[in-house]
Design a protein around this ligand. Structure first.
Ligand code: AMP
Length: 460
């Protein structure tokens, strides 16, 4: 469907043309008319489907320039990267309109954001914590907000932002129209939608578990200690070859390598650099400046390899991405779908390699269960034979554990996970006391044991 069929203003149509879009994507086709009608919307869509324009275009279409800007649309995102990306999208689509858009996120100094706000804003894109911070300083007024967008609602829940979101919602006028997007839909997201949206229209472009159809997925089952060798060799062949490097920067092949932990990302980044590969990395411990700098260099094609953790990379739009590498498998299966969804975007093809070793079989099992299909194996000189019977045996045990947790805690997102015990103990003030009690129990046990032994000896 062509954009002009929606009845969008000329200025915006020109901006869309300039962005090079010819037709609306399925999520845009479904959302734009409904939002223009004034209905609340709950959309199930991942980054890469064109969901930002799906809400940005109808919002921009309804906002008129006024001399004194007042906040008309508020967009909340869980991460600063997604906030910046969404902000840039609003600027792109509104380039021929005289509107003030401001982006507010934590990890950066408040001064600049404060002075921008004082000059007035029609549209605010923000992360919840910083928005509340600035609201408390008395520089924000939400009385004229017509549109409230909650992007990546599932991530907001995971990251514990829901109390902040509720607080912000309570400051908005009754009449505001609300649009909520989520990459996944579970009971917690449903509950949030039921509480905040009024008679929403439901929009879904792909089944929740459909990993982007355009992504060619390949599994390399191997030993953990061979992963570095495999990845370095691959990147040297595919990325660092003279042919690729002789292309103009924007046409060069590139790759994102995902690791499960920040430490893992740092270690792998060092190993790649040591092997002569030019790479940048992003994770939660990097400063806002470092993250932005790394992303700018990667997006501009100055560097072709980005090492990232799930949280840092969630929702990032990298326009052209050839390879996704799962150095290790994510603890949460949903993240696999998000990771591979970085490539194969807007109809382009991409390849997602997953390195899996025996310790990770239970994670692989969960991912394949979520997707409803097996990831095809790629044979390499380092590949081991994957014995799926072992795989099933292994998982019977893990399923039992998981089901036990589920029976005890229901589908509560906060139910204990595999590594929680250790984490809880570390953070638990009672840990010492517990250990002390355990010691007492042990002592008592050994005392009983000693007494029994002494009695036995006496009797003998
Ligand atoms: P999003 O899901 O909003 O992050 O968008 C993913 C990518 O698709 C971005 O690079 C957008 O610029 C691009 N995009 C959005 N809408 C269209 C469209 N109708 N045609 C082509 N590309 C689009």
């Amino acid at each position: 469907m062509k954009f002009k069929e929606f009845g969008i203003k000329k200025d915006i149509l020109n901006a869309i043309r300039k962005a090079g879009y010819e037709e609306a994507t399925p999520i845009q086709e479904q959302s734009i008319p409904v939002i223009m009608e004034g209905r609340d919307v709950i959309g199930l869509a991942q980054t890469g489907t064109g969901k930002t324009a799906a809400f940005a275009l109808p919002i921009l279409n309804s906002i008129e320039f006024r001399k004194r800007a007042r906040v008309r649309a508020l967009i909340l995102t869980p991460t600063r990267e997604l906030a910046i990306q969404t902000f840039e999208n609003f600027k792109k689509y509104g380039r021929y309109m005289d509107l003030k858009t401001v982006c507010l996120y934590g990890g950066a100094k408040k001064g600049n954001q404060l002075s921008q706000l004082k000059r007035g804003a029609d549209i605010i894109v923000a992360t919840p914590g910083r928005l509340i911070d600035l609201y408390n300083e008395g520089v924000l007024d939400f009385k004229s907000v017509d549109y409230f967008v909650l992007d990546e609602a599932d991530r907001m829940l995971d990251m514990g932002f829901v109390p902040d979101v509720r607080k912000i919602n309570s400051l908005l006028p009754e009449w505001r129209q609300m649009i909520m997007f989520s990459a996944t839909m579970d009971k917690a997201v449903e509950d949030l939608a039921n509480q905040m949206l009024k008679d929403p229209v439901r929009i879904q472009v792909a089944a929740q578990n459909d990993a982007a159809e355009t992504v060619d997925q390949r599994l390399i089952y191997t030993k953990g200690e061979l992963k570095d060798t495999i990845i370095i060799q691959f990147l040297q062949n595919e990325i660092k070859n003279p042919e690729n490097l002789s292309l103009p920067r924007k046409d060069r092949k590139n790759a994102i390598v995902f690791t499960r932990t920040k430490k893992g990302a740092d270690r792998l980044h060092k190993a790649l650099v040591k092997a002569g590969l030019l790479a940048v990395s992003i994770h939660g411990d990097k400063t806002q400046g470092q993250r932005k700098d790394a992303l700018d260099r990667f997006r501009s094609g100055q560097v072709q390899i980005l090492v990232a953790t799930d949280v840092a990379a969630r929702g990032l739009d990298i326009p052209k991405l050839n390879y996704v590498f799962n150095y290790d498998l994510p603890e949460e299966s949903d993240n696999y779908v998000h990771r591979i969804g970085r490539t194969g975007r807007a109809g382009e093809s991409g390849i997602a390699y997953t390195l899996c070793c025996e310790d990770e079989l239970h994670l692989l099992y969960e991912i394949e269960k979520l997707m409803g299909k097996e990831i095809p194996e790629a044979s390499t000189e380092w590949s081991l034979e994957l014995d799926r019977t072992k795989f099933k045996r292994h998982n019977k045990r893990n399923n039992y554990r998981r089901n036990f947790a589920r029976r005890s805690y229901g589908d509560n997102k906060n139910r204990p996970r595999r590594n929680d015990k250790h984490r809880d103990n570390r953070n638990n003030d009672n840990h010492r006391a517990n250990r002390h009690n355990d010691n007492n129990r042990d002592n008592k046990h050994s005392r009983n044991h000693r007494d029994n032994r002494d009695n036995r000896n006496k009797n003998n």
